[in-house]
Design a protein around this ligand. Sequence first.
Ligand code: FES
Length: 63
Amino acid sequence: MYVCICNRYRYNDLRHLAVGGTRSAEEAYSVLGNGPQCGRCLQFPQALMHEVGASPEAKSATA
Ligand code: FES
């Protein structure tokens, strides 16, 4: 599923980065190659980064 139409970033790409420790949408987009274009998509990846970062799995991976 595409999350960002402008850059063709998929949910799985963003989730992979979130599990790896990325904690902001802007950082994730930078790693993937292009920053935000229109910005309409940013709310979802930002929520994903927070959700994954707050999970017990993520906390144990960074401890
Ligand atoms: S849809 Fe992601 S920047 Fe436009």
